[in-house]
Ligand binder design. Structure first.
Ligand SMILES: *[C@@H]1O[C@H](CO)[C@@H](O)[C@H](O)[C@H]1NC(C)=O
Ligand SMILES: *[C@@H]1O[C@H](CO)[C@@H](O)[C@H](O)[C@H]1NC(C)=O
Ligand SMILES: *[C@@H]1O[C@H](CO)[C@@H](O)[C@H](O)[C@H]1NC(C)=O
Ligand SMILES: *[C@@H]1O[C@H](CO)[C@@H](O)[C@H](O)[C@H]1NC(C)=O
Ligand SMILES: *[C@@H]1O[C@H](CO)[C@@H](O)[C@H](O)[C@H]1NC(C)=O
Length: 358
């Protein structure tokens, strides 16, 4: 009798895991809430200064992506921002060290329509070095670069302990970095500053600036002004996240920084304004592989073993979002709800005495 109850408990525990990955739940865990795998376009075009940490940044993203449940495509092609149908498959655009005129006129228009469709934006370090004539770009990223002193150790101060991008950084985070100054205060564009720099912690060469106080280093804007008015059918504007950190190879190899960047990225995706969350006009519809199936002896095993072969095959490539992918994600959803249904009926039967455990 106790053995069967133990089996029942294990079975219920396993089916609970199956259901939680397919439904919005209260845990607030980004990975659990997501229905599909979010896809991010990483843009590293430069017609200004080119950082030699770009290859290090790309290999770090590739190494870490599975841990964070994100997919990346990489481009340096300005024409990627001409065609809304191409941008449409991405849940976020991430500009890393992209400098100069990163978007031409048509690119700016496609970029804004993307934001108005619920698309998210992430800028890292030198992504603020350019586009000085574009109010759309400036108010999306928050502020534009003005000056930095020579690279040296500086102390970065945590302004927000609950935002995911700073939840795991020290209150006083000291390392060698280029401290950016901006032509204006990002707070004028609605930014909430989550990381600042202690201006007395390095030699600023007596520079004076309009960056604002505390000196902004990382911030978010939710949503950026250019995402308004929304395109018809969009549920909300996307989110914007920017960090001025990330100049050196060493930084891109540092666990604290990696957590900072990925948490900022996944926080932006977590705005639930894109298709990977089953809403919005842009974003990936690529189905997330299902979690491990329940043990073979359980009543639901026939359901899962029938569904598994198709739904566990990773769906390749960005081509034809929709169709096959939609079928797959429906299959996963059915597996979850069917299994839970069977489990609940079984439990109900036991509780009401319909099934007698002998
Ligand atoms: C940074 O790494 C890249 C290769 O990923 C290398 O080419 C470059 O020289 C490195 N920079 C420094 C300053 O070590
Ligand atoms: C920005 O605008 C100024 C003044 O209109 C113009 O002289 C300059 O060429 C523009 N820069 C770019 C990169 O378009
Ligand atoms: C910290 O960030 C969270 C979002 O994660 C926000 O709700 C909160 O208002 C921020 N706190 C401050 C003091 O800015
Ligand atoms: C990351 O950087 C922080 C701050 O400089 C340092 O304390 C920590 O040891 C670094 N971690 C690694 C793995 O290098
Ligand atoms: C420059 O450094 C001085 C001395 O630490 C400090 O008082 C001042 O606020 C700093 N100014 C800027 C703009 O960083």
């Amino acid at each position: 009798m106790t053995f069967i109850q133990l089996i029942l408990l294990i079975f219920l525990f396993l089916t609970r895991r199956v259901s939680s990955s397919n439904q919005l739940n209260l845990v607030g865990d980004y990975k659990l809430m997501s229905i599909n795998i979010p896809k991010v376009l990483v843009y590293t075009y430069t017609d200004g200064f080119r950082h030699d940490s770009i290859p290090t940044a790309i290999s770090m993203l590739n190494q870490e992506k599975d841990n964070w449940g994100v997919k990346f495509d990489f481009t340096e092609d300005r024409n990627a921002f001409r065609d809304d149908n191409y941008l449409k498959q991405y849940d976020a655009l991430m500009f890393i060290h992209a400098t100069g005129e990163v978007l031409d006129q048509q690119g700016q228009e496609a970029f804004q329509r993307y934001l108005q469709s619920g698309g998210n934006f992430i800028g890292v370090h030198a992504a603020v070095c350019g586009m000085y004539n574009s109010s759309v770009y400036k108010s999306t990223i928050g502020a534009l670069f003005e000056w930095h002193p020579v690279i040296q150790e500086a102390t970065f101060k945590r302004e927000n302990t609950t935002h995911p991008a700073t939840a795991n950084v020290p209150d006083n985070w000291r390392f060698a970095e280029e401290v950016y100054y901006f032509t204006s205060d990002p707070r004028e564009n609605g930014a909430v500053v989550i990381l600042s720099v202690d201006e007395s912690s390095y030699n600023n060469e007596s520079y004076s600036s309009n960056s604002g106080h505390p000196h902004p280093i990382a911030w978010y804007i939710d949503p950026p002004k250019p995402s308004q008015p929304l395109q018809a059918g969009a549920v909300k504007g996307g989110r914007s996240f920017y960090t001025a950190l990330g100049h050196s190879n060493e930084t891109w190899q540092n666990e604290t920084f990696i957590n900072h960047v990925f948490s900022g990225l996944t926080w932006a995706l977590d705005g639930a304004s894109t298709r990977s969350y089953g809403s919005g006009l842009v974003g990936s519809e690529e189905a997330r592989p299902p979690p491990p199936s329940p043990p073979p002896s359980s009543p639901a095993s026939s359901v899962s073993s029938l569904s598994d072969p198709s739904s566990s095959v990773p769906v390749a490539g960005p081509t034809l979002p929709g169709h096959a992918l939609q079928v797959t994600s429906d299959g996963v959803g059915m597996l979850g709800s069917t299994t839970v249904g069977v489990a609940l009926c079984f439990l109900f039967g036991v509780l009401t005495g319909y099934y007698v455990i002998a």
